[in-house]
Design a protein around this ligand. Sequence first.
Ligand code: URA
Length: 269
Amino acid sequence: MTIEELRRYLEFYRDLGIKEVRTLAPPRAPLTPVPPPPPKPVAIPAEPLEFRPPAPVIPPGPAPIVMNPELTLPSLAPEGDSMEAIRNDIGDCRRCRLCEGRNKIVFGSGNEASPLVFVGEGPGADEDAQGLPFVGRAGQLLTQMIEGTSKKEGIPLLRPEVYICNVVKCRPPENRTPQPDEMEICGQFLFRQLMAIRPKAICCLGSTATKALLGTKDGVMKLRGKWQKWRDIPVMVTYHPSYLLRPYNQDAKREAWEDLKKVLHFVYD
Ligand code: URA
């Protein structure tokens, strides 16, 4: 691995909010097999041997693990990356426990050349069933937010013209928050999607997307409404539509509309 590749890996993990990286301990066992000791001479007994059944044959164990001294890490953003290549690399993913309960992998939907990308947390039940992001109640609200706000602001924009995806591509059981290792594993694909699209702006919906992209513990309330950055791409943090669906969050709804207005004018004016 070159220094440049190593630097990109470290940046990738830093962007995920990982503060500490440890190297693997070198293998302790010698890599070359130790030859077995020569057989001891067998003394021939003076008395004839009594008959014993032959010892059971022990089948050979699994092949010894050969340690590859080259550390192989997943590709970050390979040269000439494309959405198709990313989708192929995800394949029938079994990299984390979320594969156990999912029905469909939810890669993303919309315009893959869009100047605006929305990033949510992870699929819910409806998304898991259809294989598409934000198609349940929260998704309907997101559509209204995008299309309603743009119409009011005189920006002709329909939902299929933006790109929408999630941090994790498989539904977490009971819609729980994705765990850090799940975000880390799936985050590489999100990062590749964002690098392949290279939008003019990203809108983070809720705290999981915010943590994944900005690697900060600061909450949505603190970060929303002001431009942040992921790599060199401007990021607007706002509330997750599921949060806005709760009846007592009317102030947040108004704020989310303000955030969205900022994003739409920035991207489409
Ligand atoms: N919530 C999300 O974060 N993403 C979806 O796709 C649906 C609901």
